[in-house]
Design a protein around this ligand. Sequence first.
Ligand code: MCA
Length: 502
Amino acid sequence: MFLNTIADHCRNQPDKLALQFIGGPPVAYGDLARSVNRTANYLLSLGIQPGDRVAVQLPKCLPFIYFHLAAMQIGAVFLPLNPAYPAAELRYFLADSGARLLIADAENQSKLDPITDALPDHRKTTYLHKPADSGANWLLDYSARRRYALPDDPDQTAMMLYTSGTTSRPKGAQITHGNLTANISALHQAWGWRADDVLLHALPVFHVHGLVVALHGALRAGATAILCPAFHAELTLEMLRSRRFTVFMGVPTMHRRLYQAAGGQRIDLSHMRLMTSGSDRLPDDLFFGYQETFNITLLERYGMTETGMNLSNPLHGQRRVGAVGFPLPGVSARIVDPGTDAPLPDGEVGEVQIKGNHVFKGYWQQPAKTAAAFTADGWLRTGDMGLRAPDGCFTLKGRAKDLIITGGLNVYPPEVELVLMQHPAITACAVIGCPDQEWGEQVIALIIPRPGPPPAAADIIAFCRQHLAAYKAPRRVVFVNEFPANALGKIQKAKLRESLCG
Ligand code: MCA
């Protein structure tokens, strides 16, 4: 299992640099083992048992990583929470998951205490204080040592990540130790991870992309990860030029900003062994723009929270513009008719379905939704449409599900519509995504107001931001008198997109 591999690195190369935040202290593999062990002991001292959910809402910082690894090491379930979630969303995640423990930023105590006080399963919140200097050393003052064994059951849940849905509130995707191990081994092989790799890590750590693909990737290889607390294009480009790094991973919005930061100048980044793009489609102009400007061919790959990574363009060999590549080792992928689940011939567009040891074990306490996510013979329905070329290379062609991707983050329109319908001045609404060069798509709300003076668009946006993380709130509000509907009365969003997105 991959936690054992990391433990081996900690034993075999204790002095090798594992992690370092920009401007922060170096953390060698030996230090990492000690800090994670101390954190694991802290969790044990609180009575955290295998299977207990440990929620962590912290900015990107070392303790986030220590709690992440420590919780998994003692068999607890790590639940990362984006610091951008407002109280309403946070309450839902904590209540639904039944988290015993919350680790949070002390700055948020007055906001969090009233929420957690009302939750029956919640036992304790540990508040960490941000250090005054930028040393990023939020270390827990806890030193007892106890031995414990790493989990050895591949079906044991390691983490739970909330994903939204087209018909319901967010669901907790349970990702097992076996899933993580299978996926990170496949990526290790496919992307040729090496112990002398140095990853520049600029992604958030609350999602599969930054946490699993990037961070686990580097640790599994016994390599080094240099972490930026947040993404700044100019700073990142400056560092990428320095020749210190070999691997970088980003979402298209980040790559767009890096490309723009070059300001038309040619900057040779061909010393980078691997630069990947994912979480949303990589636009063709950016693929070519990167080749022209940076002398780099971005490697596009395809994954989802429920599976980790599924498909990837090759490390060696041709990376195809607009394509997401071939199944990773141990991954099976097929294209089917979404109505019948019958496989389609190469070249025909259908739903992408996935099978493999990396596929999650189900949604937390949602047996019906879990069953609906799989076909009778165990393929995961991704809700993404695509086709397979005769040589086995996959290309995505839109989505069967009602989903917007903005800046690499998924926004499910029904979730936003549910909030909008709580606004007293709204009779009906529809949320759609319109193409946007920087963000991929932008969230747009169409609204039929109640009779009387119409609400201000800014008020509606502010209302959404009170209830939802800012990236889910509409960027634009359009008032309409009616919606195009089909015979069943269902709003035809394709028509709305056609008339509005231009
Ligand atoms: C920030 N804002 C956004 C987004 N991010 N709005 C829409 N979509 C977003 N993704 C808002 C901020 O709240 C702010 O609003 C305004 O946009 C401008 O903020 P700015 O400072 O420009 O943005 P940023 O903080 O620099 O963030 C942009 C970002 C970030 C770096 C591209 O969104 C990001 O890190 N995206 C990566 C997401 C990711 O890791 N996805 C992986 C999911 P205001 O100022 O008005 O409050 S995992 C996944 O999808 C699967 C498994 C896979 O295959 O990888």
